[in-house]
Write a protein that binds this ligand. Structure first.
Ligand SMILES: [Cu+2]
Ligand SMILES: [Zn+2]
Length: 175
């Protein structure tokens, strides 16, 4: 009885942050452009569920609509050379693709592991709707980055590569 009380007390006294840290990852998302990393737009939280990795944004200041949303290979968000000029977010590398599929097929097929469902931004510029990535775990995404593109995502490399979302507009390293 006494040990049970002690156990309950110990669990109660554990800081919530310690429990949270073990079970989730976060990314602080900032705007990106060809000059560098800009304003803080909020956070994205990653947590495992029995259906896959649940990705919960708490962002504001984004253009309304659906945006291409991916895990990129490197935990860096700065500009880098792409096709001969400095471009926003290119330090993040390409879509996370540990199995080297070489294909952008969206979250429910066998292409890039980093292909996520689109991020939905409301008319108020806020994104709070979670998305589910059934093929990913926390271990898969830690140490990489999450990227938001200007346009949507058609889960194909046609007619444009990588879902057609175009420019990288916001990014966060996943810790
Ligand atoms: Cu991307
Ligand atoms: Zn992809």
């Amino acid at each position: 009885m006494l040990s049970r009380i002690l156990l309950a007390t110990t669990l109660f006294l554990l800081p919530a942050s310690a429990l949270w840290a073990a079970e989730s990852a976060t990314a602080t998302v900032k705007t990106v452009d060809a000059k560098g990393v800009g304003a803080d737009l909020g956070k994205i939280t990653f947590a495992e569920s029995k259906w896959g990795l649940l990705i919960t944004p708490d962002l504001s200041g984004l253009p309304p609509g659906a945006h291409g949303f991916h895990i990129h290979a490197k935990a860096q968000c700065g500009p880098a050379q792409h096709e001969g000029k400095m471009e926003a977010g290119f330090a993040a590398g390409g879509h996370l693709d540990p199995l080297k599929s070489g294909k952008h097929l969206g979250p429910y097929a066998d292409g890039h592991a980093g292909d996520l469902p689109p991020l939905i931004v409301g008319a108020d510029g806020k994104a709070t709707t979670p998305v589910l990535a059934p093929r990913l775990t926390l271990k898969d995404v830690r140490g990489h980055s999450v990227m938001i593109h200007a346009g949507g995502d058609n889960y194909s490399d046609q007619p444009k590569p990588l879902g057609g979302g175009g420019a990288r507009i916001a990014c966060g390293a996943i810790e």
